[in-house]
Ligand binder design. Structure first.
Ligand code: ADP
Ligand code: MG
Length: 537
């Protein structure tokens, strides 16, 4: 029985319900469950929940339902601190609007040519998602009019106030009619937000999702850093290496679970998916097969796996970093049951590091990083397993015919050891011929760096008020490499160079591609030799 709130409890339009379904959301996240009904009831809401808990859809879903597509006017405005975020929110909204193409969304942010935004605004846009600075520009040019805005959202309100956008935000909010609905979303709730709420919200409701502390049983936990597109290959290696008898692999959405199940089955694993959309009879069938050991791998979503209690699960793999810290604890709790030992491995893509830190913080665990198992590791364990099988075959007897053949051969120029070794080699090569090769680690050609270092170009410089400490802080903070390992830094007007030790270069490159320095995208690229590269802009 499931007493948790479902999306169907919100009486959504069928277009939005369908879009949510397409996006693979199975049920509302805790902050969505709390905030959506209040927003639908027209209340002003101040909501606090950690990053990655689905705040965008928490305001996005009810906001979209209020828009009248027939009315050619901006009816909602979302303010957020950075351009990346504006784009990200716009993307999430576009997903939610997949079946209502008449409602249009426009992200506006600095750095993008203003005339493109002007044209779009002129053609009529229903929802504007923007950074305060650029929204101010448009207000001053009168290219954006907020007279028909019914909903104002401040997303990442704490960060925006921190960044000194306070006056801009107040100016913008004052341009919106008094009878608006004002929503604040934030990961933390410092005093300035409370003050802001007092001044600009009308009888606000405060909602907050806090992590409950959960004790993690004795489970060996680790994580592997892996890019999304390499996850499948790494997954196969992890399974081959540890060879679990029963494993559960968790994906964040049912769509991903379905896709992964298809791919894993195609590679010859005995796997089945389990997600919330399946009929009870289907689920029972899958769980029965899993309990009986007819299925080795269950590919599940959080909802579907709730309450699964199979004693012998020896491994849990988080193919995706879970949406919610509590999910992490629930997921890994599927293994190591009844006093047995268990292992949990989490795949962490570069963008998931913040989430991983939060998990460690709130679940009070230290999750060590392990390397991607190499083909060699896998081969070694497979060989050991094969030798076990050989021992077993010998002890079972019945080898007389074969012994005679080998004895005959060994009288010639082959020793029995050579024959055994060759047979083992043939046997071991059989399974590996088609096994996937992971792309080699990125190597960087001459970047004009000191020996042992790789020099990177960064698209931020003096004009972005960037100083060496910002670069060191950002790189050390985001990647965890020690600040003192970072080499020479050169800052020019619109760009900079930084040298990174070779062994960290690929990691820094991958991670920093998706990060910012002083709120500017890093535009990180390996530098070209000789240091004469100019800005790519
Ligand atoms: P936040 O703003 O709280 O940091 P986001 O709104 O960016 O979090 O959501 C994080 C991710 O979770 C996004 O990829 C989003 O599509 C996804 N997501 C949001 N709600 C759900 C849900 N109910 N079920 C599954 N995934 C969800
Ligand atoms: Mg957010």
């Amino acid at each position: 029985m499931n007493t948790r709130i479902q999306f169907s409890d919100f009486s959504l339009s069928k277009e939005v319900a369908k879009a949510i379904e397409d996006m693979g959301f199975e049920e509302p996240s805790p902050i969505q469950a709390l905030a959506i009904p209040l927003i639908q009831a027209g209340r002003d809401v101040t909501a606090q929940a950690q990053t990655g808990t689905g705040k965008t859809a928490a305001f996005g879903i009810p906001l979209i339902e209020k828009i009248d597509p027939a009315k050619r006017a901006v009816q909602a405005i979302v303010l957020c601190p950075t351009r990346e975020l504006a784009i990200q929110i716009a993307e999430e909204f576009t997903g939610l609007l997949a079946h209502i193409p008449r409602i249009t969304v426009l992200p506006v942010y600095g750095g993008q040519p203003i005339d493109r935004q002007l044209r779009a605004l002129h053609q009529g846009v229903h929802i504007v998602i923007g950074t305060p600075g650029r929204v101010m520009d448009h207000l001053e040019r009168r290219t954006l009019v907020l007279n028909d805005v019914a909903t104002v959202v401040l997303d990442e309100a704490d960060q925006m106030l921190d960044m000194g956008f306070r006056d801009d935000i107040e100016f913008i909010v004052k341009k919106v009619p008094q009878d608006r609905q004002t929503l604040l979303f934030s990961a933390t709730m410092p005093q300035p937000i409370i003050d802001f709420s007092k001044r600009f919200q009308n009888r606000p409701e405060f909602v907050r999702v806090q992590y409950t502390e959960l004790t993690v049983p004795q489970i060996e936990q680790s994580y592997i850093e892996v890019k999304d597109r390499e996850k499948l290959d790494v997954l196969c290696r992890v399974i081959d290496l540890w060879d679990p008898r029963l494993a559960i692999i968790f994906c964040n959405t049912k769509r991903r679970a379905e896709e992964l199940a298809g791919k894993i089955k195609a590679r010859g694993y005995r796997a089945e998916e389990l997600h919330g959309d399946m009929k009870q009879s289907q689920r029972d069938r899958v769980m029965g097969g899993f309990r009986k050991g007819l299925i080795d791998i269950l590919i599940a979503t959080d909802v579907a796996a709730r309450g699964i209690d199979v004693e012998a699960v020896d491994m849990v793999i988080n193919f995706d970093v879970p949406q919610d810290v509590e999910y992490y604890v629930h997921r890994i709790g599927r293994t190591g049951r009844a006093g047995k030992s268990g292992r949990a491995v989490t795949f962490v893509a570069p963008r998931d590091f913040t989430k991983l830190r939060e998990i460690q913080h709130y679940a009070k665990v230290k999750i060590p990083r392990i390397p991607v198992p190499s083909q060699g590791d896998v081969a070694r364990t497979r060989t050991l397993a094969m030798l076990d099988k050989i021992r077993k075959t010998i002890s079972e007897g019945g080898l007389e015919t074969y012994t005679r053949i080998i004895e005959q051969e060994a009288e010639g120029d082959l020793t029995s050891v050579e024959i055994a070794a060759a047979l083992l080699k043939l046997q071991m090569e059989q399974g590996t011929a088609e096994s996937p090769e992971i792309r080699d680690a990125i190597t960087f050609p001459d970047t004009g760096a000191e020996p042992g270092m790789v020099r990177f170009f960064l698209g931020v410089g003096r004009e972005h008020k960037v100083q060496p400490k910002d670069i060191v802080g950002a790189i050390a903070g985001e990647t965890g490499i020690p600040g003192k390992a970072i080499g020479a830094i050169r800052i020019l007007d619109s760009y900079s160079f930084v040298e990174i030790p070779q062994e960290h270069a690929a990691e820094v490159y991958e991670i920093m591609k998706e990060r910012t320095i002083r709120n500017q995208p890093t535009k990180i690229e390996p530098a070209q030799g000789q240091g004469r590269r100019s800005s790519p802009q």
